[in-house]
Ligand binder design. Structure first.
Ligand code: COA
Length: 159
């Protein structure tokens, strides 16, 4: 049910991300929101940059989660479950599956305002790092705009 996404999944990944990202509208700062939330060129760039998408399939893909190995860590990137399929355990299954696929420490970044996403990772044993540590980690392992650094949080696996 969980499989590595391939080139022909590109449009479906694009659809899932932009459907699920509607959750951010009116929640994250207005200047961080755009429509589509992730344009095709940005998605292409992320894949070219090493984000490997895994998908949860049930006839069709209903959720995706990206994994990116950067230096000595693994980042969970772009976790999205179709709006209609949220809160049914799909995100959890993807996260549990991906965690088994790396031996490096895992870090996750998300919007500070996405309280549901923070709770989701906390339930899986991740903990918010301090503001200072967040700035250090986002600077070291992510390539995101300064404004996104200001408005994001980082969660790390509990020791
Ligand atoms: C964050 C996200 C990927 C999680 O995926 P999901 O499939 O909804 O996650 P799960 O269903 O595994 O867990 C979410 C909640 O549903 C609950 N749940 C899990 N299985 C359930 C079930 N069978 N019935 C009812 N609730 C269930 C979980 O306990 C969890 O509750 P919590 O939020 O209080 O911790 C998804 O909600 C999403 O796409 N959100 C919008 C985009 C986003 O915020 N992405 C994160 C970017 S890093």
């Amino acid at each position: 049910m969980i499989r590595l996404c391939v080139d022909s999944d590109f449009e479906t990944i694009y659809e899932i991300i932009n459907d699920a990202a509607q959750a951010y509208q009116g929640v994250i700062p207005a200047d961080c929101w755009k429509e589509p939330y992730m344009p095709r060129e940005e998605l292409r760039h992320e894949i070219d940059d090493g984000v490997q998408f895994w998908g949860y399939e049930e006839g069709e893909l209903v959720g995706v989660m990206g994994m990116q190995h950067v230096q000595d860590v693994t980042l969970i990137r772009h976790a999205y479950v179709r709006t209609a399929r949220r809160n049914q355990g799909i995100g959890s299954q993807l996260l549990i599956y991906l965690r088994k696929r790396t031996t490096r420490p895992i870090l996750v970044g998300t919007w500070a305002d996405a309280v549901w996403a923070i709770r989701f990772y906390e339930k899986h044993g991740f903990r918010l790092v301090t503001g200072e540590e967040k700035n250090r980690l986002l600077g070291k392992y992510w390539s995101i705009p300064k404004r996104q650094v200001e408005t994001s949080v980082v969660l790390a696996e509990q020791d």
